[in-house]
Design a protein around this ligand. Structure first.
Ligand code: CP
Ligand code: NVA
Length: 318
């Protein structure tokens, strides 16, 4: 099973810009093939181990169904109920699972735990979300934007809310693809300064893209084409939820805020949310269920985008 020169997908920095664009294009192709009922069993005989140390609905099911549809199989390993929760080192788990499986996906807390797993596993490792990044989600998000707008370029992207794992992966996407991204966060909840600095450095080197950090959500959303948000308290931050509800009170993507976004005669801004959503907190029910919401298409696209990632990394295309 060991592949010399194996590649991991830990953050969007593991991709070149053209590879990320190709993944988005491939996800759209795989979606069309599925709609036509065309079988595409390129991962026949391959098995993906999926370790979840945090809850998941979309990531778990999209990767598991994705492996099935590509002709392979997925094994779900919950932290609790396996030896992982009893303290078996992740490095040992990495070596053992690599003997059985062609790839390992993990959703965990510290990003360094994912890196430790990847360092010891001779098979490709996929980031199913860490406290720091959620790259697989952002591939599906970009697919959704491309489907709706026919391009990723020349658009203004806004992020409203916490400078969290999703915000970090959006920042990396903006740096890689040269996108114009504005982020509005309350004081103390900004994205990681190192991630911001690296993104700005790349944008300066390539002369493409911009990253603006603002306080007022209206300043981020004004004239934007894509408005993204996420929960105020991520998994692992449950004890901070009350304090965060106060700090983020004016960061709800509601109809008044969305009215600031760009609306041309042919295209209105779309709203993205990786889900699960808290209606009345980071997004209003009207916006989530409204005509500008692309959230359900975005959620479905997890399947197609994850299949594109699996195909690229497990079938040796990446
Ligand atoms: N968006 C997302 O990753 O959803 P799950 O937590 O349900 O996997
Ligand atoms: N930021 C959220 C994303 C959930 C998919 C979290 O980490 O809980």
């Amino acid at each position: 099973m060991t592949k010399p020169g194996k590649r991991d997908f830990l953050t969007l920095r593991d991709l070149q810009a053209d590879e990320l664009r190709a993944l988005v294009a491939r996800a759209i192709e795989l979606k069309a093939m599925r709609q036509r009922g065309e079988a595409h069993r390129v991962l026949e005989g391959q098995v993906l181990a999926m370790i979840f140390e945090k809850s998941s609905t979309r990531t778990r099911v999209s990767f598991e169904v994705g492996m099935f549809e590509l002709g392979g199989h997925a094994v779900h390993l919950a932290g609790q109920g396996s030896q992982i929760a009893r303290g078996e080192p992740i490095e040992d788990t990495a070596r053992v699972l690599s003997g059985y499986c062609s790839g390992i996906l993990i959703r965990t807390f510290g990003h360094e735990r994912l890196e430790a797993l990847a360092a010891m596993a001779p098979v490709p490792v996929f980031n199913g979300l860490t406290d720091r990044y959620h790259p697989c989600q952002v591939v599906a998000d970009l697919q959704t934007v491309f489907e709706v707008r026919g391009t990723l370029d020349g658009l203004r992207y806004a992020w409203v809310g916490d400078g969290n794992n999703m915000a970090h992966s959006w920042i990396e996407a903006a740096a890689l693809l040269g996108l114009e991204l504005a982020i509005a966060c309350p004081a103390g909840y900004e994205p990681d300064a190192g991630i911001v600095a690296s993104a700005r450095q790349r944008m300066a080197e390539t002369g493409q893209g911009s990253l603006e950090l603002v306080r007022d959500p209206r300043d981020a959303v004004r004239n934007s084409d894509v408005v993204s948000t996420d929960v105020w308290a991520s998994m692992g931050q449950e004890e901070e939820a009350a304090a965060r509800r106060q700090a983020f009170a004016s960061y709800c993507v509601d109809e008044a805020l969305l009215a600031e976004a760009r609306a041309t005669p042919t295209a209105k801004a779309i709203v993205l949310h990786c889900l699960p959503a808290h209606r009345g907190e980071e997004i209003s029910a009207q916006v989530l269920e409204g005509p500008q919401s692309a959230v359900w298409q975005q959620a479905e696209n997890r399947l197609h985008a994850q299949k594109a990632i699996l195909e690229a990394f497990l079938d040796g295309r990446a």
